[in-house]
Design a protein around this ligand. Structure first.
Ligand SMILES: NC(=O)c1ccc[n+]([C@@H]2O[C@H](COP(=O)([O-])OP(=O)(O)OC[C@H]3O[C@@H](n4cnc5c(N)ncnc54)[C@H](OP(=O)(O)O)[C@@H]3O)[C@@H](O)[C@H]2O)c1
Length: 195
């Protein structure tokens, strides 16, 4: 696993940085992506731990596993633009489809069922799974927190689970789940199965 490069699209935001930090702290090679390579490099330097920064396309191209951590409103456009770079790779989608109004956030129901299902539709040559939707970026980014206790399901289409998802679920120090449990996952459960 540590020989693989993990890229994080939208990795300059709290969730992307939090996941990058935990993965790097567990010894993973990590690249964070952004619409601006410069911003990604700045944020990568702040994280330290050997995390690198690049624009989203370069991040996808140089990674073996790619986490999607952009807001819902940018999800479809970004993934459609990276279809070639993401072909043949494992894509881990942690995007919660949310709208915002004066009262705060509210859930949206994507036409495809969930953000990850939209990703799977847009990326037919990638292996898309859904995970990490419920993890707190605040906890992930807090260096005084040694372990983030969580239960985490990875969801995907039928077939054996992508190995990295199983390993992250059970083996990454500070970013590991002890057993499958609830997490914000695809809205339509019936078409996807836990991996
Ligand atoms: N925050 C949490 O605690 C949390 C927890 C679980 C799941 N999530 C999910 O993780 C995702 C990221 O959350 P976040 O709080 O880190 O979000 P965020 O800060 O709003 O966005 C993350 C990054 O995405 C990029 N971005 C913003 N708008 C974009 C667009 N239209 N197209 C492409 N890229 C865009 C920005 O990077 P650049 O400007 O550098 O490109 C931004 O730094 C969300 O889908 C959220 O539902 C968040």
């Amino acid at each position: 696993m540590s020989g693989l490069v993990v890229g994080v699209l939208g990795g300059t935001g709290p969730q992307g940085r939090g996941l990058a930090y935990r993965l790097a702290r567990a010894g993973q090679q990590v690249v964070i992506g952004s619409r601006s390579a410069e911003r990604a490099q700045e944020k990568a330097e702040e994280l330290g731990l050997g995390v690198r920064g690049a624009d989203n396309a370069a991040t996808a191209a140089q990674s073996d596993i790619v986490i999607v951590a952009v807001p819902w409103e940018g999800h479809a456009e970004l993934l459609a633009s990276l279809r070639a770079e993401l072909a043949g790779k494992i894509v881990v989608d942690c995007v919660n489809p949310l709208g915002f109004d004066k009262q705060g956030a509210y859930a949206l129901v994507p036409e495809e069922g969930s953000a990850a299902q939209q990703a799977a539709a847009l990326l037919p040559e990638s292996r898309v799974t859904a995970a990490f939707h419920h993890l707190s970026a605040v906890l992930l980014l807090d260096p005084s927190v040694d372990e983030v206790e969580m239960t985490c399901w990875c969801w995907g289409r039928s077939g054996p689970p992508p190995t990295p998802c199983r390993l992250w679920r059970t083996g990454s120090r500070g970013c590991a789940g002890s057993s499958p449990g609830g997490c914000a996952t695809p809205t339509r459960w019936s078409r996807w199965s836990p991996t």
